[in-house]
Write a protein that binds this ligand. Sequence first.
Ligand code: FES
Length: 127
Amino acid sequence: MAAQSDADSAERPPGDVAPCSPRNVHVFVCTTSGRHHCGEQGSERILQRLRDLVEERRLGNVRTTRMGCNQQHHQGPIVVVYPEGVWYGRLRLQDVDAIVTEHLVGGRPVERLRITPDGPWATTALT
Ligand code: FES
């Protein structure tokens, strides 16, 4: 890929800037199991749908990782996207498509799906 970029830049006239590479994005999905936890609210299917879409769209800049409980499952299922630190909650399976299209590809968080983590911040530390 780097060799291709070098070749592309060699063919470009002076002042013609190459398009920016997509930014790296890291998506954490809470899959903690247990009564009332995200795993019982469909988060495994959300993670699978996310991974399917990332693969289908060949989004090599997107990493997906399981996450432990952040004491927010009353707003679950929970997904957090970095580097922005955007929290999504109360997700349904069909919401994953909007997050991928609008946020991961388009760069704009999906406002209607955002939540604010509540409680003392110390209790929401990653586990
Ligand atoms: S189980 Fe997901 S935030 Fe607690």
